[in-house]
Each structure stands twice: as C-alpha cells, then as structure tokens.
Design a protein around this ligand. Structure first.
Ligand SMILES: Nc1nc2c(ncn2[C@@H]2O[C@H](COP(=O)(O)OP(=O)(O)OP(=O)(O)O)[C@@H](O)[C@H]2O)c(=O)[nH]1
Ligand SMILES: [Mg+2]
Length: 368
C-alpha cells in the first residue's frame, strides 16, 4: 500500500501508536479513504475542538527540509509576520536557499492600521532582509483575509516561479498554511484544507499541493523560534500576540518618569524629555497600565500575573524576566516589542523598553 499522509499537517498516517504523530484510528482512516481526505487525530482535534496535542518535531527535520529546498530549482516563498520581523527570521536561510529566487511575503497586513502605507512597510522589510543576507526578488504584503491581496499574491508567485515548484517556508505561526488555504480556496473553492491554528508547530511535515502544470507548491513546518513571544503564553492568551482585527492606536500623554506597562508582557519607561504623546499599537484588548517610574519595579513584582495579565499567574511561573533596553530617541521612531506591537515616540526622549529575556526590542523609523 502506498504511504498515506495527513492532508492537514503532512504527517505520515499510522494506526498503531496513539502517542506518535500521524495516529489515526482505523475507523477514521476507513472513512477518510472513502471521502479521499484523511486527517490524523491531532488535526481532527485541532480543527473541531481547537485542542492541541503536543508532539516533538526536531530541528533536524527542519534543517533536512531546508537542504532539500537548497538542492531543488524552485521559487522560495519566505513568509514573514509583519508584526514580528525579528521572530520571523529563519537563521541561515540565505545560505540554504543558495541560488534560488526568494519572494518575501509580509503577511497579516490586515492587522496594521489602515493609515500605514504599504510602501513604508515593504521598504522596511527589504532593508531587514538585506541585513540578514537575503536578496529577495520582490517583497510583497498580503493578508490571508483579503481576497484581492491573495489574487495579487497568486499572480506574483506565478510570474516568479517560471514553471518551477514553490516552497513556502517561514518560522512557525507566520501564517504559511493559512495563506496556502486562501490560495487553494481562490483557485478550487475548497475551504480550510490544511490545518491551521494559533498554536506554534501546527504543520508537522511537508504538504504537497499539486499545481495545474504538474509542479507542486509545498507547505512546510515552521521552525520554532525561541525568540517568539508565543512560546511563553498558553492557549488562552495567544490572542494578544495574534490579533485578528485592525489595531487601533492609542495615544498616552506622559510626563518624564512615567511608565507604561504592556500588561505584564513588557514595559515602557519615559525617562527624560518634554511631556509628550506616545502612541501605542497593540492588540486592542491588551491592558496598558500607566504608573510612576519610581515604583515600577515593585509594581511589577507585586502585580504581574494578577493586575498585569497576561501572563496569567500560571504562566508567570515560566515567564522570563523583563530585560531593559535603553534608547535616546531623536526623531519619530517606532520602538518595536518583537511580536507584541510597538510604541511610536514622536519627539526627543530618553526611554527604556523592557521585554521578556530573549524577545527583541528594535527601533525603526516610524511607519506612520
Ligand atoms: N490577522 C491575521 N491572522 C493570520 C493571517 N494569516 C494567518 N493568521 C493567523 O496566524 C496563526 C497561525 O497560522 P498558521 O497558518 O497555522 O501558521 P503557519 O505558519 O502555518 O504555522 P506552522 O504550521 O506552525 O509553521 C493563526 O491563528 C492564523 O489564523 C492573516 O493574514 N491575518
Ligand atoms: Mg502551517
């Protein structure tokens, strides 16, 4: 019998070991074979109950896959979460893709406020790509939720792939599978073929999607990036770093020596400068809490996990300490908390931005 793969996550289907990937009860397998769509039990649970079963996928498998990409003549579509560039970088990707063309796709455009100009974001992405040694043939923005954007993406991929296979790569949670589902839906009308979720590590193995000229588009598992905020939060709180709706900026008038807590996930200290407005761009329901700088350390000690949630009191146990990054701001600048959002500083100011250890804070020219 030919080996079967789960069309939801790519794992090889097996009916013998409940603890291993690809497990499918025999009855479900028989049913799946009738309909032509076999999903493993883990995908079934994710798709119907939004419940995740933990599995171990090793970095070795991921590296093997990247080697395969390097050895094929293909278009590499590198999906980036616009919201989390630093968390989106695949270490060493430029080395692995060697001679292949890379199309960089900034996904989740729908979350950005409408006032953000695409050109500013693509310029920023292009500069970041160059910094990590990538020379993409093009940088495009998209959203799996926007029909026109998906049509444009299909056209771009078609024109750059020149009859070759397409590998869709990117770290976990950037939306590779969701984008591919949107492409499939646009072309065939079939909805939600591949399993997607808010949890890191949804896709487990390569998934082949046949294209009409005999080549393939491959969905791939995302490497798990330690620096993504997602790894420190539980299911319930992942919504804060995976916004579903356009972000509504909120402006806070701060005096020097005031602090803004980003719930318990980060902190922004205005140390020196004229009283001014700081504009915060975070998931709309994330609780921002203003306090005095002088008492801020104690405040965090006392209230993280209770008044300042997320992280919840349960998550606090494994939550990394906040690390301080100090900056002198001279012009309109976004202080980006990787994966969480950003604060726009409009005038001269000395500030400190705190993020969980391992999560980056970066500056960029304000994109609005
Ligand atoms: N707002 C918004 N959310 C998106 C978009 N695309 C994907 N998402 C969300 O991002 C999360 C991750 O999506 P997936 O498609 O499972 O991500 P992935 O890159 O395939 O992840 P792995 O399979 O773990 O590598 C889900 O909660 C999606 O709903 C988008 O365009 N906009
Ligand atoms: Mg996936």
């Amino acid at each position: 019998m030919e080996e079967l793969f789960c069309i939801g996550c790519g794992a090889a289907i097996q009916t013998t070991d409940k603890e291993e990937v690809g497990y499918t009860p025999q009855s479900a397998l028989d049913k799946g074979l009738e309909t032509g769509q076999v999903y493993c039990q883990r995908c079934f649970r994710l798709r119907h109950y939004n419940e995740i079963s933990d599995v171990n996928i090793s970095d070795d498998d991921f590296i093997k896959l990247l080697h395969e990409v390097g050895e094929s003549d293909a278009l590499v579509v590198n999906v980036i979460d616009i919201f989390d560039f630093n968390g989106s970088v695949i270490p060493g990707l430029s080395r692995f893709v060697s001679g292949n063309d890379v199309l960089m796709v900034g996904n989740k455009k729908d979350i950005l406020p409408k006032s953000v100009k695409d050109s500013k974001v693509t310029q920023w992405l292009t500069e970041r790509a160059h910094e990590v040694g990538l020379r993409p043939v093009d940088v495009v923005l998209t959203s799996a939720q926007n029909k026109q954007a998906i049509k444009d993406l299909i056209d771009k991929i078609e024109s750059y792939r020149k009859g070759r296979n397409v590998y869709v790569v990117g770290v976990t949670n950037v939306g590779k599978s969701t984008l591919i589902n949107a492409i499939i839906q646009e072309i065939t009308g079939d909805k939600d073929v591949i399993t997607t979720s808010r949890f890191p590590g949804t896709t487990l193995d390569k998934i082949e999607i046949p294209l009409d000229d005999g080549s393939y588009m491959f969905d791939t598992p995302g490497i798990i990036h330690r620096h993504q905020m997602a790894h420190y939060l539980t299911a319930k709180n992942l919504k804060y770093i995976s916004p579903k709706k356009e972000i509504k900026p909120k402006t806070y008038q701060l005096n020097p020596e005031q602090t803004l807590f980003l719930a318990g996930l980060g902190r922004f200290d205005f140390m020196e400068g004229e009283r001014q407005g700081f504009t915060a761009f975070f998931e709309n329901t994330l609780d921002l809490h203003r306090t005095k700088l002088a008492g801020a350390d104690d405040f965090y000690q006392k209230h993280a996990g209770s008044l300042l949630v997320p992280p919840s009191s349960k998550e606090m146990a494994d939550f990394p300490e906040l690390v301080r990054h100090e900056f002198m701001i001279k012009e309109k600048t976004d202080v980006v908390f990787s994966g969480l959002g950003w604060i726009r500083v409009n005038e001269k100011a000395k500030i400190a931005a705190w993020a969980p250890k391992g999560v980056d804070v970066v500056l960029r020219k304000a994109i609005i």
